[in-house]
Design a protein around this ligand. Structure first.
Ligand SMILES: Cc1cc2nc3c(=O)[nH]c(=O)nc-3n(C[C@H](O)[C@H](O)[C@H](O)COP(=O)(O)OP(=O)(O)OC[C@H]3O[C@@H](n4cnc5c(N)ncnc54)[C@H](O)[C@@H]3O)c2cc1C
Length: 384
């Protein structure tokens, strides 16, 4: 597609955030929307590399409310957007082995239940009973919500991209943004490798690369790219179809079904920020050893695939929505490792903010960029 010379809004980034925002803006009637993605395909950034987990189980009210708005949108996705996204409600089961975590999760479950999320509390024996394939002698307790599960990330991105295109959004690949024009304190356009576009409104939806885009506009955005990696196994017929998304919280080790095998990941606490997306083979061994301890059955499987991607991490592990000090330069980013599941509602909220001036469906005004400078950080515990 030809790069247009002007746009009413330019969205930077064709991951779940940019795609969802483009669709929701167009669905509310906005015209002359341009979405720019530097890669050949959409969802090649964090979104396409993510584990596909969707959950209601969070430790802060705002994240629970985002899930309460977003996950039903994923359930209705086929009817509304016309794309099957394969929502499998296998539940998330957090396994707790540290007394400190037990106390924190007791609080989390109370908060979730209060907000209408039917998370169940499990004692150690109940955890072991539900996960007979795992060695969990040290499990003190667990939490399980049957409505958490797995969804196909690429289907969500492509569903939104195709629906946005049908509504007239100009969506352009191979269109890296190389600069942002600012005059006084207002944006006036973007520079791309395919030529400039004049615009008074830009939405930074560049995920782990959002700080780079911010710098182009002279805006400091505290989002760091942190590598996270995972691997999948060859088929393991012993794993039942309803095997949940298990998180061994103290080790930040997770396991869920992927095809006929498993997908396994673990957070490297020593990972320094950077854009390297190659697999750290040494840490993969650490991950494998931890997984084998928990699930000796893995000895029967081989590695099928492995990859790494980047979390887009803010200082309080909560996202950033809305305005920046530069007029017209907006942001939706920094979901710190759980943005895929919140992508649907995040795009809708940005459409509300851009077209009506307020966040209507969920009040995310506390998640503004200014909170970092003003010391209004939010604390989240459930991010692995
Ligand atoms: C290994 C891993 C596992 C994860 N697991 C989960 C999970 O189970 N559940 C969950 O909800 N979340 C998960 N996440 C987090 C989730 O993937 C992200 O929060 C979410 O995908 C962020 O979406 P985004 O659109 O902001 O970013 P991205 O998907 O990264 O999209 C940003 C886009 O911007 C483009 N871009 C960057 N710079 C430019 C430029 N200069 N010009 C034009 N385009 C540009 C990039 O190419 C990219 O396509 C995981 C992440 C990783 C890495």
């Amino acid at each position: 597609m030809e790069t247009p010379s002007t746009a009413d809004i330019v969205i930077i980034g064709g991951g779940v955030m940019g795609a969802s925002a483009a669709y929701h803006l167009a669905a509310r009637g906005m015209k002359n929307i341009v979405l720019l993605e530097r890669e050949e395909f959409f969802g090649q950034g964090a979104t396409g590399r993510c584990a596909g987990g969707v959950r209601y189980q969070f430790a802060t009210g705002i994240n629970i409310k985002l899930s309460l708005a977003s996950l039903p949108m994923i359930e209705r996705f086929k009817d509304e957007i016309g794309q099957d996204v394969n929502y499998r409600k296998c539940g998330y089961l957090f396994v707790l082995t540290d007394p400190k975590d037990v106390t924190q999760f007791e609080h989390n479950v109370k908060l979730q239940n209060k907000l209408g999320v039917p998370t169940q509390w499990l004692n150690g024996d109940e955890v072991r009973k539900r996960l007979p394939l795992m060695k969990l002698d040290d499990a003190l307790a667990g939490t399980f919500n049957p409505n958490d599960g797995l969804v196909d990330p690429n289907s969500v991105v492509m569903g939104y991209i195709n629906a946005a295109q049908r509504l007239g959004v100009k969506i352009i690949n191979h269109a890296e943004v190389s600069g942002i024009r600012v005059s006084g304190d207002k944006v006036t356009g973007v520079e791309t490798v395919r030529g400039p576009i004049e615009t008074r409104s830009i939405l930074n939806a560049a995920g782990p690369w959002s700080a780079q885009i911010g710098r182009m506009a002279g805006v400091d955005i505290p989002i760091q790219p942190i590598r996270r990696q995972l691997f999948t196994t060859t088929p393991l017929p012993e794993v039942p179809p309803d095997f949940p998304f298990v998180i061994d919280f103290a080790q930040s080790l997770y396991v869920h079904r992927e095809g006929d095998g498993l997908l396994i990941g673990m957070s490297n606490e020593d990972q320094s920020p950077g854009f390297d997306q190659s697999v750290d083979e040494e840490f993969e061994l650490t991950n494998l050893e931890a997984a084998l301890q928990r699930m000796p059955l893995l000895q029967k499987a081989a590695r099928a695939a492995h990859w790494a991607g980047l979390y887009e991490v803010t200082p309080d592990a909560h996202p950033i929505f809305g305005k920046t000090p530069v007029d017209g330069f907006l942001i939706v980013s920094g979901f710190s490792g759980h943005g895929f599941m919140h992508g649907p509602i995040a795009g809708k909220l940005m459409a509300e903010y851009i077209l009506a001036g307020t966040f209507q469906t969920v009040n995310v005004s506390a998640l503004d960029l200014a909170r970092f400078a003003e010391g209004r950080l939010i604390q989240e515990y459930n991010v692995v």
